[in-house]
Design a binder for this molecule. Structure first.
Ligand code: FAD
Length: 390
């Protein structure tokens, strides 16, 4: 997404841009829910991608207890979109001839005037700059700053998106139309409506984005990375291969923990999968003629739902700097000066919000924040709210 944003913004200032994507097929059907913040709307509009049919609107957020009773409530109008929708909007800004599937970055060499990039299949391309928008496990960053490694936060999430049409009438009435939180000790269950397949926004065709945060130490996570066939993975298990005993144990726990409406949502997820939470911040996001953007530059825990907005903001700032400076190196330095501290701030804020889960509380400030977030109302005020950077 940060790669597409970068291409869109750079095209806008008259640069020739090519996007190289590792996947050999178009990236569709990923389906994850995305909270829309004002900064994301601004970046989508400014990049030319636009915001048409962006998502589902909710008007309030609630917290509920085990019996489904509302314990806190806030009016807050928010649009919830999906990864698919954003990808489609941004993808349409790039001409076919400049979007290359099946190109895995292997290494970059630079000589002060430009870059020479080699792909895994041996193809070599040259350019003025390389923009690394290749995500949290960035190969570009691994070459430029191998010491920077994402850090496991000590918790992971179970996820899935059941179809609206499968949910019970009480679920549709009580939680489907709103941003819902359920907050047992050291856990968070969060849900909100998103578009259905092919961005279907019609009632009855939408889905419900379901997220359940659970604490697990590194050894337990390592065990969870062993898939149904007994293969050990390093960072994630493809959803169809998540072990059945893990899913069964999770569903068993859910029966003792979740309120009926959220239990219904979980029951209707055919293939739940999990995502471990990692983060890292970088002391620099520019390495000569190589500039990092999005998750590859800095990756925050997802409590603010701000990753897409940051990807758009990084790309916009990079293009603005290149537009405003005659000298490319001065422009990249200006980009680094503007966005590296913002990445740090976002990562720090994610850690602050993560204290809710009570993992590794090191400082007095951590413990103060953890205590504050034990109130359901405080969580509604702090999690995935707009304008937190201000
Ligand atoms: C659980 C969870 C919930 C989230 N919720 C939200 C939310 O509500 N709102 C929000 O804004 N953000 C959210 N995010 C964050 C958001 O998904 C990311 O910030 C966003 O996807 C960043 O995009 P990116 O382009 O930088 O990286 P990525 O989306 O990771 O994209 C990297 C791309 O690079 C490609 N690639 C990787 N390696 C290579 C290589 N060697 N060569 C070529 N291509 C390569 C990949 O195939 C991929 O297409 C969430 C994240 C998680 C984990």
């Amino acid at each position: 997404m940060s790669g597409l944003f970068s291409a869109a913004f750079l095209q806008g200032i008259g640069w020739d841009v090519d996007v190289y994507e590792r996947s050999s097929v178009e990236l569709v059907g990923r389906g994850a829910g995305i909270t829309v913040h004002p900064e994301l709307v601004e970046a989508l509009e400014a990049s030319g991608a636009g915001t048409r049919d962006l998502g589902v609107e909710v008007h309030k957020r609630i917290a509920i207890d085990r019996d489904g009773r509302i314990t806190a409530e806030r009016s807050l109008r928010q649009t919830l979109t999906s990864w698919d929708r954003l990808q489609r909007l941004l993808r349409e800004t790039i001409d076919e001839a400049h979007y290359h599937l099946g190109c895995t970055f292997a290494r970059v060499d630079q000589d002060g005037r430009g870059v020479r990039v080699q792909f895994a299949d041996g193809v070599v391309e040259s350019g003025d700059i390389l923009i690394g928008g290749d995500g949290i496990r960035s190969r570009v960053r691994a070459q430029m700053a191998p010491q920077l490694q994402p850090v496991y936060a000590g918790y992971f999430i179970w996820r899935g998106a059941p179809n609206e049409a499968d949910l019970a009438p009480e679920t549709l009435r009580d939680v489907f139309p709103v941003f819902t939180f359920h907050l047992p000790e050291r856990q968070q269950v969060i849900g909100y409506p998103i578009a259905g397949l092919d961005n279907d926004l019609r009632a009855g065709r939408r889905r419900y984005n379901f997220i359940w945060y659970r604490v697990a130490d590194a050894a337990r996570l390592r065990d969870m990375y062993v898939d149904e066939k007994g293969v050990q993975h390093d960072y994630s298990v493809p959803p169809p291969l998540v072990r059945r005993d893990l899913i069964a144990a999770m569903r068993e726990d859910a029966r003792a923990i979740l309120p009926p409406a959220l239990l219904d949502c979980l029951a209707k997820i055919r293939q739940p999968f999990f995502t471990p939470i990692y983060d890292f911040a970088a002391p620099g996001i520019v390495f000569g003629r190589v500039a990092m953007v999005g998750d590859a530059a800095a990756n925050a825990r997802p409590h603010m739902g701000f990753g897409m907005a940051k990807a758009g903001g990084d790309a916009q700032a990079l293009a603005t700097a290149l537009r405003d400076h005659d000298d490319i190196d001065a422009a990249l330095r200006a980009y680094n000066a503007e966005r590296q501290p913002i990445g740090n701030r976002i990562v720090a804020h994610g850690r602050r919000l993560g204290t809710h889960l009570g993992v590794d509380l090191k400082t007095e400030e951590d413990r103060r924040m953890h205590a504050l977030l034990q109130s359901d109302g405080a969580m509604l005020d702090w999690i995935a709210v707009p304008n937190f950077l201000r």
